[in-house]
Design a protein around this ligand. Structure first.
Ligand SMILES: [Fe+2]
Length: 282
């Protein structure tokens, strides 16, 4: 059987929220509240919710810079149920969702790096409006086992491979999509597995300008960019949060149909930034 036939059907699913942990969770939540101009509220169990239009971040008490889980919203209850059944059939262990933002029926699986991936349906629609548009769109981690993560996310969870970056025959990075947007998850090789960044899709180059001006007002220097990524073809810049986790603001991310097969890029600075210098992490 091919991967498409044997894997569960994640399509379409969108990154809905993630949890970022810190030894100073309230401080980190307030940082994100200011960064995004979003509402910050305390949740039970020493967690914080930072929420704006199309974006939600849970901040918890834990090891500095970690992302213990990220969570996908499925299209509807029928898709969630059939996805759970398909994973059951594949022998994938499921556990109850750790997220306070998903309704009953949500569940989590654990990837080869030990990070949980949650699938569910949002508990409530916030109705919050935000001055600056930026929908939470993707999460990226560094890993010591990129081939293992590719096999898990593509062949078990059913994500489609959009692009891969190769150094000789070695996988330096891989980008996976769960709906037409080029990637909702990506990973690149590194000496240690760790979260790297999450990204907000802002909609247009003018919105990137407005976010840049917002950073200037906050006196937060851009860490990388502006530039244009090769894989995904998106405009971007990144900043660092207080733990060194990166936050990306992106626009015009490439769209691909479900069937398109992956392309291959060389491992070189131009792949990471078509416009100029690159931060070669792998
Ligand atoms: Fe990114």
């Amino acid at each position: 059987m091919t991967a498409l036939q044997s894997s569960a059907c994640i399509w379409p699913a969108r990154l809905h929220h993630l949890r970022r942990d810190s030894t100073e969770p309230e401080q980190l939540a307030r940082f994100y509240g200011q960064l995004l101009d979003d509402r910050v509220e305390a949740l039970p169990n020493a967690q914080w919710l930072v929420q704006g239009h199309g974006r939600r971040l849970i901040v918890g008490n834990g090891a500095k810079g970690t992302v213990p889980y990220f969570a996908f919203a499925m299209r509807d209850a029928a898709q969630l149920a059939s996805y759970a059944a398909a994973l059951e059939h594949l022998g994938v262990a499921r556990e109850p969702s750790p997220s306070p933002l998903f309704a009953e029926g949500a569940f989590a699986v654990t990837d080869p790096d030990g990070r949980r991936v949650v699938f569910g349906l949002p508990l409530r629609v916030s109705g919050i409006q935000s001055a600056l548009a930026g929908r939470l769109q993707h999460f990226v981690c560094a890993s010591v086992r990129v081939p293992g993560l590719l096999a898990f996310y593509r062949d078990i969870l059913g994500a489609r491979e959009s692009d891969r970056v190769l150094e000789n025959e070695d996988l330096a990075a891989v980008f996976l999509r769960s709906d037409p947007e080029h990637h909702s998850f990506a990973t690149f090789r590194a000496p240690a597995s760790r979260p790297d960044h999450h990204s907000y899709e802002t909609g247009s180059w003018n919105a990137i300008r407005d976010w840049g001006d917002h950073m200037a007002k906050l006196r937060i220097p851009l860490w990388w960019g502006p530039g244009r990524h090769g894989p995904g073809n998106n405009l971007f810049f990144m900043i660092e949060d207080p733990d060194g986790h990166k936050v990306e603001f992106s626009a015009e991310l490439e769209l691909m149909t479900e069937e398109v097969v992956y392309r291959t890029w060389p491992h070189e600075p131009r792949t990471l930034n078509l416009w100029g210098t690159a931060w070669m992490r792998s």
